[in-house]
Design a protein around this ligand. Structure first.
Ligand code: FNR
Length: 371
């Protein structure tokens, strides 16, 4: 109602309520190479498109006369009480979208009590972000240098990051034609290596050329399931594995003593032609049941999308590109706009479809259209 009441005084919102329109607006504002890096996907973009199509194929089936007076969005994920089943997913190099980058995102997330998952590839160090952030989790790109990995974990714990999200699908960057055509990689220009530059182990080893050293330690393609025991030894809080798309992998995460998984294909940025993340979700969720907490990302653009992901077994969703477009357009305020729109639409969609809170959602809340 706030928006409608403002309208009585001819005050209109500066950003659209339809979040799918933000991308085109951000494109007008951002330098082309920054836009392409953020919006881009792997290969032909097939998987990024499939992520959206998987949402369109599923329809919410509204139920009536169910006394929907509550509409409680709160939930508990990896030991944290969340006001809504929504987190700001880890996105690196945010300074290419806005000078305040991760700091603006952290402030917006804090104002709504939503956790921010800070990327290893952030363009502000985890300590700087912690100073302005509310609830915070740390995303690890596990470097091919164990001392450095341990140092990252110790710093994250000391700076108040409560849960660890280990991203498995990006031990090297994928074939991304947009970035190749622009010959643009932010890291090689010194953006997104700020967690490395602030690290005593890294600086001791890097010597004169930190960017070359980063390129040498960033990837870790030799990792296997056995290595997870090492992480457990060095991180006391909950751990979630991000990038799971398959049920055996999900079961292995349970066997490895992990606390959560994020069903994700990195927004279609890694394996072009990969299964749509929303199609993988119900299969994976069914395979693990209640043995591990299942989170989801890739393709979430609306409150209705959140409803669909929760109905298919996700406990919460992570948002990617939409909040980055909000950041590009209006800094902290733009991110808050995106989050508030999404939360309001989620709450309305839930209640209008007859669900008195997120716990009332199930696969019966959806209809899958035949292809
Ligand atoms: C990402 N993502 C990502 N993931 C991660 O674990 N660490 C990271 O540093 C990044 N960096 C990153 C940069 C940019 C520009 C984008 C768009 C994405 C992936 C991100 O966490 C998430 O999986 C996807 O963005 C989800 O898909 P949507 O919501 O963008 O469709």
């Amino acid at each position: 109602f706030e928006i409608y009441l403002n309208g009585l005084n001819d005050v209109l919102p500066s950003l659209p309520a339809d979040l799918t329109r933000l991308e085109a607006l951000a494109r007008e504002k951002l330098p082309p190479e920054a836009y392409d890096y953020i919006a881009g996907s792997a290969g032909t973009g097939d998987t990024a498109v499939a992520n959206r199509e998987a949402f369109r194929r599923r329809r919410i089936v509204p139920r009536m006369l169910r006394g929907v007076t509550g509409g409680d969005l709160s939930t508990r994920v990896l030991g944290a009480e969340l006001p809504a089943p929504l987190l700001l997913g880890p996105v690196g190099v945010l300074r290419i979208a806005h000078p305040e980058g991760e700091l603006a995102v952290a402030r917006a997330a804090r104002s709504l009590g939503l956790p921010m998952v800070l990327s290893t590839a952030a363009s502000h160090s985890m300590e700087e972000v912690a100073e302005v952030a509310g609830p915070r989790w740390y995303q690890l790109y596990w470097p091919g240098d164990r001392d450095l990995a341990v140092s990252f974990l110790e710093r994250a714990a000391a700076a108040g990051y409560t849960a660890l999200v280990v991203t498995l699908d990006t031990f090297t960057l994928a074939w991304r034609p947009g970035d190749l055509d622009n010959a643009y990689l932010p890291f090689l220009r010194g953006v997104g290596i700020q967690n490395y530059l602030a690290d005593p182990v890294f600086t001791a080893e890097a010597g004169e050329d930190p960017i070359a050293h980063w390129a040498g330690v960033f990837g870790n393609p030799g990792l296997t399931w056995d290595d997870l025991a090492f992480l457990r030894e060095h991180w006391d809080g909950p751990i979630a594995l991000k990038g799971i798309q398959q049920s055996d992998d999900a079961r292995r995460a349970v066997d490895a003593g992990m606390d959560g998984i994020v069903v994700s294909n990195h927004g279609g940025r890694q394996v072009d032609g990969a299964v749509a993340s929303l199609d993988a979700l119900p299969i994976v969720a069914h395979a693990v049941g209640d043995q591990i907490e299942v989170l989801f990302d890739s393709g979430v653009r609306t409150g209705a999308d959140v409803v669909k992901a929760l109905a298919l077994g996700a406990k919460a969703v992570l948002l990617g590109r939409p909040y980055v477009y909000g950041l590009a357009l209006d800094g902290e305020e733009g991110v808050r706009h995106v989050l508030r729109c999404l939360l309001a639409e989620l709450e309305l969609t839930l209640r209008l479809s007859g669900h008195d809170g997120v716990a009332a959602l199930s696969s019966e809340s959806l209809f899958e259209q035949p292809t």
